[in-house]
Ligand binder design. Structure first.
Ligand code: 5GP
Ligand code: ZN
Length: 144
């Protein structure tokens, strides 16, 4: 529903207006039924490994490898498809959080992957932007 609103807005509204309305829609999204928003707000259970005013990291409920952590922005952003210039610092911050987590997890030297799935072909199942931080074992190549 919200994504269709967003797509429709994009087609006919001038950018400044579109930007303001998208920000409002994002705020509203926070109160809707998003499991990652609930985890960020401590309204749903998760094993949280890191949290600050911008980002939260918690263990994936269904780990694919020994270390499988999800790093999310605290504000609801549906996917990379709706990132704005104002989100640049936040996206960089998610990588800085990852840098801290790999030290904590002891996988900085052995190596790891960071993956962000987007849309149906990307395999995105939760519509709140997240980075999978996976490691703790050698990973298969090639991707895709
Ligand atoms: P996606 O498929 O969108 O890239 O990744 C979503 C990830 O979120 C999956 O790996 C899935 O196991 C994880 N996940 C889905 N629901 C929950 C939940 O309620 N708690 C936690 N910790 N992880 C979840
Ligand atoms: Zn959300």
């Amino acid at each position: 529903m919200t994504s269709s609103v967003r797509h429709n807005l994009g087609s006919f509204l001038p950018w400044p207006l579109r930007h303001i309305i998208q920000s409002i829609v994002r705020g509203v999204n926070k109160m809707t039924d998003c499991i990652f928003c609930k985890i960020v707000d401590n309204k749903a259970k998760a094993t949280i490994g890191y949290q600050d005013d911008q980002a939260t990291a918690f263990r994936d409920i269904n780990p694919a490898v020994p270390t499988h952590i999800l790093i999310v922005p605290n504000k609801h952003i549906e996917s990379v498809n709706v990132l704005e210039a104002e989100d640049e610092q936040l996206m960089g911050h998610l990588f800085r959080v990852a840098r801290q987590l790999v030290e904590q997890e002891g996988i900085a030297e052995s190596g790891y992957r960071m993956i962000t799935n987007t849309g149906a072909h990307g395999g995105q199942t939760v519509l709140h932007l997240h980075i999978h931080l996976i490691g703790g074992q050698p990973m298969k190549h090639p991707m895709g």
